[in-house]
Design a protein around this ligand. Structure first.
Ligand code: SF4
Length: 1002
């Protein structure tokens, strides 16, 4: 019989010649072998369309090996599934790990079984057995290393044989052996090979064994003198020549297979020396240059939407990226958001899916590292646990600083009396690996069923299949200690199934045998396409490969050029070449050198260059590819824009215009509503606000800082997830410790003085420890650090007090409470129609009855007298009124005492001049000293402002109005500490300074 070669460049009609040859021998049951399953479906469709339904069979090379082996009558036996093979390799590696030499450390890594599987594929597809590798190890440099490889290889094959399985490579060897031994003489089916630009040694051996029996016809993308093809296909041509080629049919390039002369020119001339140039042609070649991956995805999606709107068939559009697992998801997401169905042909790590990630986290939490964060991650995934429970759980974990899964589960069980159901199932099954794998499969299946997206459902299915397959074979179920890591090494195809009516996002290798009307080659960046060098198998050097009889590695640069050339040959009508000039932050990104090569094939001139620059945050109105994008584009014109005019300009039809106008109106009124939260109008709410009788000083201040902020924090009272911030906790402890300390009076002294300072500090430390223990603090390192800081602050404050010399003011009231509650010392203070309640940190009194109010602040700076109103401070003044009216003292001054200042801890506030001399050791500021009239006026002013605030509160006048009243410096300025900006959405962009004229008008 014979070997016939059909050789020619892409678009030379090789597929048509193969099909015709196939149809000619339909009566002899021919076989067509193609690279991928997608190609199988595609060729089956085409053959059906030509009426060749019966007779021919289309398959991949794996199918041919199986068919030949079966034809020889040999039983194939049970075949490993990919998951079982990987499981067997992992088990073999784990079993041999202890006796390994140089590979011992690598063998502990989670990705090792997968890398070893690739190496074994390489060795087995060359027909090698463990003994061959072992023999080579005895003769080669680095033999210990190869010895490890041989040992791992042997461990795998021993396990496989012991379990009574075969793998696809063993079937290949069986098929070749049968043919060589004359055992498959009944094989009489002609064989056609299409699109195979790489053949493994086993595949070549099969062809060699088939040629004497039947006609074998193969196509080869080869053309003498073609820069991209000659070098790449030469080794395969030589291998086939060595078998013995009986006939060569040259397929010359056919411009009729491509609608565009320019595209034909690009494919023909890529890489040629001094090529001819053609003028750019916007109908067939478009360049997209964008900023950032999102911008690039949107630019591509916009062009796809345009093509579809112009009547293109989605199946006739392909987006080719060198690494679809990395770049494909974002492009697919943008296209789907524009309503374009996609088929992303990529495998992504299962751990990146919600199902895979949360299941791996569950296994880690229960059987692995045992972290609370893993347990939480599982619960946040599609666990089926109510989100409200998970919210509660997360809050509890964070507040109690829980780190271990065991402690976290204790908390859960305290409240719900039993662990989450999947935790219980995993615990129960953990003693038997096969039960555990079956349980994990069941949980994955249930998670996949609960998941909202196709990829998640597929991830659940992939895990369930892999685990069930491994559980079904004794010894292949993953051990409990490593099941989480093994699960995380699985991957899942984002799309599987027919690609009808979908835009394909794929890699160049997968579609190199296909054609499309429109093709996008995306992410053309240097280092991405062409890939940076170094993507080679990590196990074997070139010398070792040679000694083992493995084919040499392909030249990486030639391979990248070959794949880019394949992309140029894909489109029949139009090609889009897309790259990024910068990332999202404007940092430059280097475009692919292949783009320079394309430019060398074009006459000078811009060509058609489109894309998204950094400044374009939405599409142009006229370009918007979907109604959502159109609404966004119009909204970006701002509230003053007239949607009707923009829609007319964009050429939107009446029905679209009406829908967009309605949506914009609704969106604008909703937006306006959120911008103006008040005044509150619900009568029940107003009534509840009016009924409040007593207010605290900080509440009034909070309202004055911003009424919206007060309403959210004080009335709606959202609960933070995290523990209280350190300064708040530390402040509480300092206040409590100072109160207790001054009540106790260590060394029987009213104030710390140099001789008694040590006693005060020692007792202060004890009090801090007691208070912290009473509050359950001190177990976590961060808490201990915070307590150490508190002790330091306390000691320093006491030293400051002791350094002030003899004082005539001495502590009189501590935590002096006044409120409507019975247990406080004094009742709430009555004002005009409202009451004030509070607790004053400390009041010192002079023998003549004058009182000084002290308010401790855990900050480095405090508010001086002249900024009291500007910073919305009222409490100090109101406490002075309370001391006078409730306790009958003569208010002489009030001071905020900073505890945290480093170089200066000067108290600030307001002090009557007649008391200033006695308080000189406080280092009072000149501006804080006021005469009696001004002092009284400040208190009267505070009383008036407080009354106004109460009136506003009661009437529900809530607005986003940061800063006290107009005219003051802070008016309209949001304080830096406000964490509600994401809720209130007040525009905090810097305000343009007013022009001189506007300033004059004011
Ligand atoms: S960000 Fe400004 S306007 Fe919004 S709540 Fe805070 S202070 Fe008020």
């Amino acid at each position: 019989m014979s070997l016939k070669l059909i050789q020619g460049p892409p678009n030379s009609g090789r597929a048509g010649r193969i099909r015709r040859g196939l149809v000619d021998v339909l009566d002899r049951d021919p076989v067509l072998v193609v690279p991928t399953l997608d190609d199988v479906y595609e060729f089956e469709r085409e053959l059906c369309a030509e009426g060749a339904i019966l007779g021919a069979e289309v398959m991949t090379f794996g199918g041919l090996f199986r068919a030949v082996a079966s034809a020889g009558g040999a039983p194939l036996g049970a075949v490993f599934t990919p998951a079982q093979r990987l499981g067997a390799i992992a088990a073999a590696a784990a079993g041999r790990r202890g006796s390994l030499g140089p590979l011992r450390t690598s063998a502990r890594r989670p990705g090792f079984p997968r890398a070893l599987a690739r190496l074994l594929d390489d060795l087995q597809s060359a027909g090698l057995e463990p003994e061959d590798v072992e023999a080579a190890a005895g003769t080669l440099e680095g033999s210990a290393y190869l010895g490890d490889v041989a040992a791992l290889f042997a461990a795998y094959t021993e396990l496989r044989d012991r379990l009574g399985f075969v793998d696809t490579h063993a079937i290949a060897r069986k098929a070749i052996g049968l043919l060589e031994a004359g055992g498959a003489k009944s094989w009489r089916r002609p064989v056609f090979l299409y699109g195979l630009d790489d053949l493994t040694p086993n595949q070549l051996a099969l062809i060699r064994a088939l040629v004497p029996l039947v006609e074998v016809t193969a196509t080869l993308p080869y053309e003498q003198g073609h820069a991209a093809l000659e070098e790449r296909s030469a080794p395969l041509l030589a291998a086939l020549a060595e078998i013995g080629i009986d006939e060569v049919e040259e397929a010359p390039p056919d411009p009729g297979n491509t609608e565009s002369p320019l595209l034909f020119h690009l494919e023909r001339r890529l890489g040629a020396d001094e090529p001819a140039r053609l003028p750019p042609d916007a109908e067939s070649l478009v360049f997209l240059r964008s900023a950032g991956t999102r911008g690039e995805a949107e630019a591509i999606a916009l062009e796809v939407a345009r093509l579809l709107a112009a009547g293109a068939d989605p199946e006739e559009i392909a987006i080719v990226v060198r690494d679809p697992a990395r770049r494909g998801p974002q492009i697919a997401a943008v296209l789907e958001s524009y309503g374009v169905p996609t088929a992303l042909e990529a495998e992504v790590p299962i751990a990146t899916t919600s199902v895979g990630g949360s299941l791996a986290a569950l296994l880690e939490a229960v059987l692995g590292a045992g972290r609370a964060s893993d347990l939480l991650r599982y619960l946040r995934g599609p666990s089926g646990v109510a989100p409200a429970r998970v919210d509660w759980f997360e809050r509890r974990l964070r507040r109690r600083l829980v780190r271990t899964a065991a402690a976290a589960l204790e908390l859960w069980e305290e409240r719900y009396e039993e662990p989450p159901p999947d935790v219980a199932r995993i615990r129960e099954a953990a003693s038997r690996p096969s039960d555990l794998a079956t349980t994990v499969a069941a949980i994955a299946g249930a998670m996949g069923a609960r998941a909202a997206t196709e990829i998640e459902a597929r991830a659940g299915g992939a895990i369930a299949t892999a685990m069930s397959e491994r559980a079904g074979v004794e010894g292949l179920a993953p051990p409990p200690a490593s099941i989480a890591r093994e699960l995380a090494t699985l991957s899942v195809r984002v799309w599987s199934g027919p690609v009808r009516d979908r835009v394909r996002i794929t890699d160049p290798r997968r579609v190199r045998a296909a054609r499309f009307e429109n093709v996008f080659v995306a992410s053309l960046q240097d280092g991405e396409f062409p890939r940076a060098a170094g993507h080679t198998d990590p196990f074997l050097s070139e010398h070792q490969r040679d000694s083992l009889g493995l084919p040499p590695r392909r030249d990486e640069e030639a391979e990248e050029r070959y794949l880019f050339h394949a992309c140029l040959a894909l489109p029949k009508r139009r090609l889009f070449l897309s790259c990024r000039d910068s990332d999202e932050n404007g940092a430059a990104e280097a475009p692919s050198p292949f783009l320079d090569e394309i430019e060398r094939l074009l006459e000078a001139g811009e060509g058609d260059v489109r894309g998204r620059v950094l400044a374009e945050v939405v599409h142009r109105v006229a370009d918007a590819p979907s109604e959502d994008e159109l609404a966004r584009a119009i909204a970006a014109w701002g509230p003053g824009a007239e949607p009707r005019l923009l829609l007319e300009a964009a050429g939107a039809g009446d029905d679209v215009a009406a829908r967009i106008a309605t949506r914009l109106a609704a969106a604008r009124s909703a937006e306006a509503a959120t911008r103006a939260p008040g005044p509150l109008s619900n009568p029940a709410v107003i009534e509840a606000l009016e009924e409040v009788r007593a207010y605290g000083g900080t509440t009034l201040e909070g309202f004055d800082v911003c009424s919206y902020r007060w309403f959210v924090s004080h009335e709606l009272s959202p609960q933070p997830l995290d523990p209280l911030p350190d300064p708040l906790v530390a402040g509480g402890i300092v206040h409590a410790a100072l109160c207790a300390l001054y009540e106790e009076r260590p060394a029987d002294d009213a104030l710390p003085r140099p001789p008694t300072l040590d006693a005060w500090i020692v007792r202060g430390r004890e009090l801090v420890a007691e208070i912290a223990a009473g509050r359950g603090l001190g177990k976590h390192p961060t808490e201990r650090a915070m307590l150490a800081r508190v002790e330091g602050l306390l000691a320093r404050f006491l030293a400051d007090e002791a350094g002030r010399g003899e004082a005539c003011f001495e502590p009189w009231l501590l935590e002096a409470g006044f409120s409507e509650a019975e247990e406080t010392e004094m009742p709430a203070l009555e004002f005009e129609g409202w009451r004030l309640h509070g607790a004053i940190d400390r009041v010192d009194r002079a023998p003549d009855g004058r009182a000084l109010v002290l308010d401790y602040k855990l900050s480095g700076k405090v508010t001086p007298r002249e900024k009291l109103e500007e910073e919305a401070k009222l409490q100090l003044q109101l406490y002075l009124i309370a001391v006078a009216e409730l306790w009958g003292a003569e208010a002489a001054g009030g001071l905020y005492h900073p505890l945290r200042g480093t170089s200066e801890r000067r108290p600030r506030g307001l002090v009557r001049e007649d008391a200033a001399a006695e308080l000189a050791d406080y280092g009072l500021s000149k501006t804080d000293k006021v005469d009696r009239a001004e002092f009284d006026e400040l208190l009267a002013d505070a009383r008036r402002r407080a009354g106004e605030i109460v009136a506003r509160m009661r009437s529900g006048r809530i607005d986003r109005d940061p800063g006290p009243r107009p005219g003051l410096r802070n008016h309209g300025v949001c304080p830096q500490f406000c964490e509600f900006a994401p809720i209130c959405r007040r525009d905090r962009a810097p305000v343009e300074p007013a022009s001189d004229e506007e300033e004059d008008e004011r």
